[in-house]
Structure formats: structure tokens, C-alpha cells
Design a protein around this ligand. Structure first.
Ligand SMILES: Nc1ncnc2c1ncn2[C@@H]1O[C@H](COP(=O)(O)OP(=O)(O)OP(=O)(O)O)[C@@H](O)[C@H]1O
Ligand SMILES: [Mg+2]
Length: 262
């Protein structure tokens, strides 16, 4: 006696609807596992960066102490060690900043800040680097700038990241740092006469670890992600306009003390 099951073939193929559902489920699963992978990478990066800070400080302090009694040859080697430590420290700090921004744990400590002060500090920081490359570095203020409501160190860091990018990619011409203001806010801009950025690259520009493929790689690709995170923590947005062969202009707005605190 044969059973019904034996006579009716079992269909292995599924309906188009079921196939769609399964494909979507598989896609969702792979996106979830990708996101999990990215989260664990970020966590590992944050932990490693944090734990590297202390040994780095020890190396740097010891090298600085050794330099005091060192002869000419050792002096040079110790200077190289100190330089490398400085670079590692700034990478470690950038990684920690990005990790804080990504986790939502980044906060700014805002006080009353004078734009003139910040502009003067920027001039001091970058004028010799620009001169060494044969570039003009113009620092200009338009109109009366009201006292700002900003985290001074973070504001300096935003501008430094923008100016150092401009300096690195520009071979001739001018880097121009400007600020203009009204009662409620000030707009800072950094313009360069460098290679410019292709329109297709602009949407990714502020992603962490992202670098234009053809560009001169300077660092890790974290600077602009940090700029975006810091500007947003000041309730602002960063804008960029660029033209290949002519240069780029980055700008952002910081609220005035009166507008933010009143
Ligand atoms: N002014 C600019 N002109 C042309 N390209 C730029 C400019 N600023 C940034 N870029 C491009 O955007 C990329 C990302 O910049 P970002 O500051 O995030 O990283 P980085 O400078 O490469 O490294 P890091 O800032 O971490 O040291 C740069 O590698 C460069 O390709
Ligand atoms: Mg940079």
C-alpha cells in the first residue's frame, strides 16, 4: 500500500514571495553582522587608543629626560623618538575623539570666547609652516565679531584640522582663514588654492578613515570626521565647496554668546 506522501512529489522550490522574504532576511542578517563587526572594531580601537596613552607618555618623558645629558648623535635620535611620540599621541587622541563622537559620549565645554584670540593663535601656529612651503597664509576678520559661545580648545582643533589639510594639499598660492559675524553668530572659513575635490568624493568627505584615492595621504583620515563631530556639538554644520584645479573652501558657523545664553 502506497501512502499519499509517496505519490505526491514534495516541491523543493519556493514561491517568488517566499524567495523575496528569505533574500531580505539574509540581507538583514548580513547587514546586522556587518554592523556588529564595525561596532567591535570601534570598541577595540577605542580601548587600544586609551591604553596606549600611558606608555606613550612614559616613552616621551624618558626621551626628554635623556636628551638633557646626551651627546650630539644621541640628541638627534632622541629628537626622532620625541617626534614619533608626538605623532602617535595625536593619532591616539584623534581615535579617542572619533570613538567619543560615534558613541554619542562627546561633550563640549563652552565658555565666552573671543574670535580675535583664536585667529591670532591660528596665525602663530601656522605662519611658519606656510612660509616654509612658500604659501601665503592670510588671516582676516570682517566686521565686528561678537563674543562666541564655544569650547575654545575644540574650536582651535577644528580650525587646525582644516588649515593643516589645506597646507598639506596646496603647492602654490594662498591659504585664507577668515571670520565674519553678525549679532547672533560668526562664520569661520578656510579656503585654499589646492587641487580641489571631485564632486563624487564630497558625500564621503566627512566619513572617518576616508581619503581621496588620488590624494597625498597625510594621516589616518580622521580630521574631517572630527571637524564634523565638533561643529555639530556646537549646533552648527560644516559646508564645503570645491572645484578641481582651483581649490576648496570649508566653512562653519559658531553661535554668539548673546544668542546662545540669552
Ligand atoms: N582642503 C582640501 N583639499 C583637497 N582635499 C582635501 C582637503 N581637505 C581634505 N581633503 C581630502 O579629504 C581627505 C580626508 O581628510 P581628513 O582630514 O579627514 O584626513 P587626513 O588629513 O587624510 O588625515 P588626518 O586628518 O587624520 O591626519 C584627505 O585625505 C584629502 O584627500
Ligand atoms: Mg586631516
Amino acid at each position: 500500500m502506497s501512502s499519499i506522501a509517496a505519490t505526491i512529489p514534495i516541491r523543493k522550490e519556493t514561491t517568488p514571495f517566499l524567495q523575496d522574504v528569505r533574500a531580505e532576511a539574509a540581507q538583514a542578517e548580513s547587514i546586522a553582522s556587518l554592523e556588529k563587526g564595525i561596532r567591535s572594531r570601534d570598541e577595540v580601537l577605542a580601548i587600544v587608543a586609551h591604553d596606549l596613552r600611558n606608555p606613550l607618555t612614559v616613552i616621551k618623558t624618558s626621551a626628554a629626560l635623556l636628551q638633557m645629558g646626551a651627546g650630539q648623535e644621541q640628541q638627534e635620535l632622541l629628537s626622532m623618538i620625541l617626534n614619533a611620540c608626538g605623532q602617535m599621541q595625536s593619532l591616539v587622541n584623534d581615535l579617542l575623539d572619533v570613538a567619543r563622537i560615534e558613541s554619542g559620549g562627546f561633550t563640549v565645554e563652552r565658555t565666552r570666547v573671543e574670535a580675535a584670540d583664536v585667529m591670532e593663535e591660528m596665525r602663530r601656529m601656522f605662519e611658519s609652516a606656510a612660509a616654509e612651503k612658500g604659501l601665503r597664509f592670510d588671516v582676516e576678520t570682517f566686521g565686528a565679531i561678537p563674543p562666541l559661545y564655544a569650547d575654545r580648545n575644540r574650536l582651535i582643533q577644528i580650525l587646525s584640522n582644516l588649515v593643516s589639510n589645506a597646507l598639506r594639499v596646496t603647492d602654490r598660492g594662498t591659504i585664507r582663514l577668515t571670520v565674519e559675524g553678525d549679532r547672533d553668530k560668526a562664520r569661520f572659513s578656510v579656503a585654499d588654492t589646492g587641487p580641489g575635490i571631485a564632486a563624487a568624493e564630497l558625500p564621503h568627505l566627512f566619513d572617518r578613515f576616508w581619503q581621496v584615492r588620488s590624494s597625498r595621504r597625510g594621516g589616518a583620515g580622521l580630521g574631517l570626521a572630527i571637524v564634523k563631530g565638533f561643529v555639530e556639538a556646537h549646533q552648527g554644520t560644516v559646508e564645503v565647496t570645491s572645484e578641481i584645479g582651483r581649490g576648496s573652501l570649508f566653512s562653519f558657523v559658531i553661535p554668539s554668546y548673546a544668542a546662545a545664553v540669552a
